[in-house]
Design a protein around this ligand. Sequence first.
Ligand code: ASP
Length: 439
Amino acid sequence: MKKVVKFGGSSLASAEQFKKVGDIIRKDPSRRYVVPSAPGKRFSDDTKVTDMLYSCYAAAVKEKKFTELLDKIKERYQEIIDGLGLDFSLDEDFDIIRVNFSKKIGRDYAASRGEYLNGKVMAAYLGFEFVDAAEVIRFNDDGTFNDVLTNELLSARLADMENAVIPGFYGAKEDGTVVTFSRGGSDVSGSLVALAVNADLYENWTDVSGFLIADPRIVKKPKSIETITYKELRELSYMGASVLHEDAIFPVRKAGIPINIKNTNAPQDKGTLIVEGTCRQSKYTITGIAGTDGFVAITIEKAMMNSEIGFCRKVLQVFEENNVSIEHMPSGIDTMTIFVHKDVFEEKEQKILAEIHKAVNPDHIELESDLALIAIVGRGMKSTRGTAGRIFSALAHAHINVKMIDQGSSELNIIVGVRHDDFKNAIRALYEIFVVTQI
Ligand code: ASP
C-alpha cells in the first residue's frame, strides 16, 4: 500500500498542528509522500502566509520597504521550528528570498516560498528527503502546465525514494522560472504526485471531515458524504460546493486512484472517499445539494419557433460573440430560456438584446433577474422513483415557487431555479426532506 498525503494550510498553521500531522504520518508507514501547503490561518482573522508573501512582494515591486513584512513571515516559521524543538534554520533561505524580492524576480516565485519553506521544515521534522517542486513539476514557456513531462520527471525522481516531502502549489519552467497553480493549487500537486508514484490512495487532509451534504452556512450541522463519485463531485463543485481544487481531480481520476478527504483535527473520522464508480449505495437518495445565486433568465418567445431551422444556433451565436457563457438552457415549444451569470451579462445586456432581435426577430423577450440555481445531485436517483416528486412537494410545502426545472439525461442531477429570496429556504427544505425526515 502506497499513499500520498497532502496537508492544507490550516493543518500546518502552527507547531501544534504540525505535531498532529506528524502523528498521522508516523501512524501509517504507507503514508510515504507528503505534499504540504504553506501555513494557513491559526485563528479566523489571522493571515495566511501566502497572502503575507503576496503583500510583501507587492511592496518590493513598488520599491517600498518590505523587510519588516518578510521578518514577520520568518517569525511564523521560527515559531513552528521552535515549537517542534528542531535544530534547523531557514536563515540562508530567507537571505536568498530577500535578495530575489529586491530583484523583483516574480510574483509566483514570491507566493511559492510559502510551500517551499514549509516543505523544508516538514522534511526536517519527519526526517524525510526534500524534493523541490521546481525541479519536478514542469510548466511550458507560455506558462501552461506540462502534464507529460511532469509525470516523467516526478516518477523518475521518486522511484527510488522510500519517503519524500514535495511542496505543493508550484513548479517551474525549463529555465527555472517559478510558476504557481491557481489558489488552493497544492491539491493539484498532491494529485500529480499520487499519479507519478502510482499510489493506492491520495489522502487530502484538511480541517473538515469531508464534503458535507449541504452548505453549513445555510443548513445547521449538515451530515457529511461518505462516498461520492467524480461525476457527482463535478456537478456539486460546478454549483459552488468547494473543498478541493477542481483541477486536482483529473490526474488521479485518469489512473483510478481514489481521493480520501480527511480531517487533521479528527483523524478518526472516515471523511469522504471520492471514487470513479462504486456499488455502495449512498445513505440517502441524494448525495449532495449545492447552489449558486446571481443568475438572469432571458426568455425568447416566437410563434412556430420549433420549425424555424437554425433558430437556437443564431441566438447562441449572439452570446458566443459577446463572450457570455451560457449556464442552462431549458426550452418550451415556442420559447427558449437562457440562464447566464448576472455580473457578466449586465454590462452587455442592451447590445445582446438588440443583436437577438436582429438575428431571429422574436415576438417577445423577457428578462428575469435575481435567480438562483440549486442542483440536487445523486447517483441513487437513477434507481429511485419519485425523486422529482419529493423535490417539488418539499418546495411547495415551503411556499417556494419553482421557476425552472432541468433534469440531465444521466439522471445524476435535477436542477431547479428559484428566486434569490427563496434560495436558502429551498436548500433547507430539500435537506429536510431527503436527509432529516427521509419521507
Ligand atoms: N498556499 C496556497 C494558497 O493559499 C496554495 C494552497 O494552499 O493550496 O492558495
